[in-house]
Design a protein around this ligand. Structure first.
Ligand code: EAX
Length: 327
């Protein structure tokens, strides 16, 4: 009897200890990117994690996995959709394969500058697109900047669109980009970003296109000699959370995560602004030859045929709504 009583007491104290310990231990959530930690993606992850911690009194802990440690963007979106991973920060590259409505954002020369892109994404058009993720098992917490993409290659300086002809270029796994870039005369080779450095190094492809923030943080200047500031397309990023994980949050915590996302996005955009100021000089210093004077109308003209098709696909009115958007 005595032993039993002591056992019961032990069991009782153990049972009491469990909830207390569980309360102290934060709930951990994984947030992956394919981009180096020291980047506009890493800055978002850090600011988001800090705010989540602060706003939830440390009840949630965001663990950042950078540089493709958990795999490529397509795999990460799949994992978030399935609920086996809580969060990912991704470019729109593979997103249209999950949420086709977002394809319109990947149309080349749709956005004039950062102010225009940010206004559209933060305004009703962008917010409406975020809602389209709900029915696909994801909660999209906000649009951020990857940046305006530029062409790089290891073969020759690109002074006009005709210099792109025949270049084998890695593209994102994005149907809109692939269709448009074919019209430039390049040979598109879609692949995950996690494979790009090696593919460039080994000469599997001649070139690629990405924003300055990516070219610099991924050290692509080590494997690419030529860059042309084509700015041919704006590349958004999006912070995605598993709908399952999001729905488990209390209303108050949902608000905390959304506020933390806004802080993350502000950090992301501030870093992009800084990179836009500094990256070209840094890349030149590392030996890249950069064509800075670019006749953008020549590149737009090369896409005239594709634009006709985009107008059919997306509706000219929808494209104009974005082009002419005034906040
Ligand atoms: O999300 O795949 C790409 O080129 C993206 O720009 C990059 O991974 C950042």
């Amino acid at each position: 009897m005595k032993i039993r009583a002591r056992f019961a007491l032990l069991a009782l104290s153990a049972a009491l200890a469990v909830p207390a310990a569980a309360q102290d231990k934060p709930i951990q959530m994984r947030l992956s990117t394919t981009v180096a930690e020291n980047s506009h993606y890493g800055d978002l992850v850090h600011a988001f994690a800090d705010e989540v911690k602060k706003l939830t009194g440390g009840r949630y802990e965001i663990l950042g996995f950078h540089a493709g440690a958990l795999g490529g963007e397509r795999e990460a979106i799949e994992a978030v959709q399935l609920g086996t991973q809580e969060l990912t920060l991704t470019s729109t590259g593979p997103v249209p394969n999950f949420v086709p409505e977002t394809r319109i954002l990947d149309v080349p020369f749709l956005f004039r500058d950062y102010a225009h892109a940010r206004a559209v994404l933060d305004g009703p058009i962008g917010q409406d697109l975020l809602k389209q993720f709900d029915s696909k098992g994801m909660k999209a917490l906000g649009w951020c900047d990857n940046g305006f993409r530029h062409m790089t290659n290891s073969r020759r300086p690109v002074n006009s669109p005709s210099d792109l002809k025949g270049l084998k270029m890695r593209t994102m796994e994005n149907p809109v980009h692939i269709q448009a870039y074919k019209a430039f005369g390049i040979i598109p080779t879609p692949m995950a970003f996690t494979e790009v450095f090696t593919a460039l190094q080994q000469g599997t492809v001649d070139g690629q296109e990405n924003p300055l923030s990516i070219i610099q943080s991924a050290k692509l200047d080590q494997v690419q000699r030529y860059m042309t500031l084509t700015g041919h397309v704006f590349s958004p990023c999006v912070l995605l959370m598993s709908k399952e994980a999001y729905d488990k949050l209390s209303d108050e915590d949902k608000k905390a995560f959304e506020q933390a996302a806004r802080a993350g996005i502000a950090a992301n955009r501030a870093r992009v602004d800084k990179d836009e100021q500094e990256a070209v000089a840094a890349l030149q210093k590392n030996g890249m030859q950069v064509v800075t004077e670019v006749d953008k109308t020549a590149y737009q003209d090369a896409l005239a045929g594709v634009y006709k098709d985009f107008a059919k696909q997306f509706g000219q009115d929808k494209l104009d709504q974005i082009r002419n958007y005034q906040p």
